[in-house]
Structure formats: C-alpha cells, structure tokens
Design a protein around this ligand. Structure first.
Ligand code: SF4
Length: 414
C-alpha cells in the first residue's frame, strides 16, 4: 500500500514538472513516505530524518516532507520535534501533495471522506504489473494495530472507476493488476468483491488479477467460487492467521478461531488444489504462553503455508494491546520468532521442492542482475530462468522448473 502511495505521489509530482533523482543532495524536495506498523520502521525513519537535517542546514531552499502513517500519527508534534520538516501529510491526504507545495509549510492530516472518489495518477516503475487501490482504511481494530487510527475507516472505490483504471492500464501494456486494500475482500462499493473480480475477469487483454490483503472473516464460499471460476484470478491468497491460539486470537480481536480459519483453508484447497497460501504471524503477543506459541507452531505444521511474514509483537501507540498486562521480554519474543521462522523455512523449502520438474506459466517481468529472465508463477512464486530466444517483458511463457530454493525457483523455457 505504501509503495503504491509513493507511486501516486510521484505521479502527482511529475505532473508538476518534478523529476526523481537518486541522490538526496541533488533534490529540491525530499519526501519520506513512512510506515508505523512496527516500532522498527519508526526508528529507521527517525534516523533517516536526522540525516536530512544536515542537508537542510546547508541548503535552506530544500523542502522536506513526511508522508504516511507516522505523519498521521504525529501531526503537529512532528514539526515541533523536527522544525526543519516543512510538510506533514497523512495517508488520507496524499492527493493533496501538489496543493501542499503551493504553501511554504503545512500539516495535512484531516480525515478525508472523499479518498475513495479521488483519482490520483501513478508513476509506476513496472511496465508489466500494476497496483490498483480499491479500498482504503480499516474498521477491524485488531488490538495490536495502528492502521485504523492512521488510515481511517473503510471506504471503497466505485467499481466503474476501478474498471476504468484497469482498462487504461491494459491500453498502456500492463498484463497484471494487484488490487489493494487493508482488507481487500471487505470491499463494499457499489458491487461486492466477488462481483468486482468477475467484472475484471471480463477485461480483454488483462492476463492476471491478484488481490492483497484478505481478512479471514470476509472470505466466504462466493469469493472462493469466483476465484476458482475466473481464469484471470490467480491461485494465490495472502490470509493473515497471526496466531494459532484461540485465546490469543480473541485478545487480538481477530474475529475468528483457528478451526474457522482452517475451514476456510479447506474450502480454498478443495476448490483450487494448487493454490498457494501465505500468511502473517505475530510472535510474542502480550500474555502469549509457551502453550499458545506451540499452538502457532502446530498450526504452521498443519496448514503448511507457502510462505509467511512473521514479526515480533511491537507496541503501537493508541492500540489496546499496548496497554495490556503481560508484555513479554524481548528475548522471549525473539526466541519464538526464530522458532517460527525456522519451521516455516523448512515447510517453504519442502513445498517449493515439489515444484521441481513441473511446468509453470510465468509472466515475464524482465531480467535479474545475473542476466536471467525473471517473473512470477500464478501462485506468486519468483522464477528465474534461461531461454534460448529473446523474450519481451509482459510475455507469458511455459517454464520447466529445474531447481527450487526457499525464495525462488529456477528453470528454462520449453
Ligand atoms: S484488519 Fe487488523 S491488522 Fe489488518 S489493518 Fe485492520 S486492524 Fe490492522
């Protein structure tokens, strides 16, 4: 979501004549698009901001802006703490970046109820795959998460506006779109999310549709059916589990139990036996016991995700979990995270090994640093491969998988 926000800010700025530069010393304007989902991201931002202070001291005409969730969360306080910051612009106001630059300085963090109606041009790096925002914000208030406080309540974009953007992307040569939303499958515009997928599936020239991130509570039989029936909708879903313990899931306010989650996994695999399922796990949530942690490890063994993103629980301001008793020591969180990652590494490797000697459809995105072609399978696995003939980015090719690693596959065209 943040990367696509950056693309849209670049789109707005390029319309005003700005061009991107690689070296901050050459920039007239530096914008930091921030994330506050975990404390570590916030610390990285603060050290980067500290380095920019020296640049500003040398060049008073340099403008510095902070965008994203830290901007929203800190507002005026950020400029009190770092007076050399000229602009503070929250994620609901990124469409106002151009307007902000008309002022010497300013804080733009109001709730933007119109965000789903604004059409903001994007300056995309890829020429093959594109992100398309379909909804904004979140109503779920998971007890550990700051997003509902920074990105506001759920607002869905009208289907016609989404279809128009995708059709324009196809005209520009894009082949794949990834629909974005904090809870993408809670999309509630003028049609339902499964209906939206059906509409996109009918667009000529579009090869693949993906979506991220889905909430388990909103994954029903209709969505599974549409995924299975729509040839352009890829067989991959990112479905955050967060914990294998029902007690912890309840404290997290996730609104499902492990067995309900497993039922959904069963439904997905019954309809699409080769579907890849990835997930998110939090290690060391407040009060998590060794038994809860073992329940998470057991769930990982039983489900066998294709991959996970796992992180130590991190206290976030405003959230209920940050004030809970039973915060765990860092070393316990670290140990549990290591165990989770080690187990999942084995599972991921085993699953990828099974793909050896299979033929996969790969959408070619370009070449990697080793000169091999690179692209992704429908199940979102990265494939690096060789080919005797030249292949253009955007082509769909059949690749025989010859090697499998944890994070990628290798192969050759047939
Ligand atoms: S569903 Fe939960 S974790 Fe995801 S953005 Fe909303 S509050 Fe955060």
């Amino acid at each position: 979501m943040n990367m696509h926000d950056s693309e849209r800010v670049l789109g707005l700025l390029s319309k005003r004549g700005y061009i991107p530069v690689d070296d901050p010393k050459e920039a007239d304007l530096i914008l930091l698009n921030t994330c506050s989902i975990r404390e570590k991201a916030e610390q990285k931002f603060l050290s980067t901001l500290g380095r920019l202070k020296h640049l500003k001291n040398k060049r008073s005409d340099l403008k510095i802006g902070v965008l994203g969730c830290i901007a929203q969360q800190s507002g005026d306080k950020l400029r009190e703490r770092a007076p050399y910051v000229d602009y503070v612009i929250g994620p609901q106001n990124i469409g106002r970046v151009g307007e902000a630059l008309d002022f010497e300085e300013g804080v733009f963090t109001e709730d933007n109820l119109e965000i789903a109606l604004s059409e903001i041009p994007a300056y995309r790096e890829s020429s093959v795959t594109a992100w398309v925002n379909i909804m904004y914000g979140c109503n779920n208030f998971c007890s550990y998460c700051i997003v509902p406080y920074t990105r506001g309540r759920e607002r869905s974009r009208p289907a016609s506006s989404i279809v128009r953007e995708v059709e324009e992307l196809i005209q520009q040569g894009y082949k794949e779109v990834t629909l974005l939303g904090q809870n993408v499958n809670s999309y509630n515009g003028d049609v339902t999310f499964p209906e939206l997928l059906r509409m996109l599936n009918r667009i000529k020239g579009l090869e693949r549709v993906r979506f991220v991130t889905s909430h388990p509570k909103d994954l029903g039989p209709e969505l599974v059916r549409v995924m299975a029936e729509s040839e352009k909708v890829c067989e991959h879903i990112h479905l955050p589990l967060q914990s294998g313990s029902d007690r912890v899931l309840k404290l997290m306010n996730r609104k499902y139990t492990l067995s309900e989650y497993m039922e959904k996994i069963g439904m997905l695999r019954d309809a699409m036996p080769d579907i890849a399922i990835t997930s998110d796990i939090i290690a060391g949530f407040p009060t998590e016991t060794e038994k809860d942690h073992q329940a998470t490890l057991n769930a990982l063994k039983e489900i066998e995700f294709d991959g996970i993103f796992a992180f130590k629980y991190s206290k976030r301001p405003y959230t209920r979990a940050s004030t809970m008793d039973g915060q765990l020591p860092e070393e316990v969180k670290s140990e549990r995270l290591t165990e989770i990652l080690r187990l999942q590494d084995e599972i991921t490797e085993k699953k990828n090994q099974k793909l050896k000697a299979t033929v996969q459809e790969v959408l070619v995105e370009g070449k990697n640093d080793n000169g091999q072609y690179t692209g992704r399978t429908r199940t979102n696995k990265i494939v690096n491969f060789v080919s005797e003939g030249e292949i253009n980015p955007g082509s769909l090719v059949k690749v025989l998988i010859t090697e499998a690693h944890r994070h990628s596959l290798e192969g050759k065209t047939l």
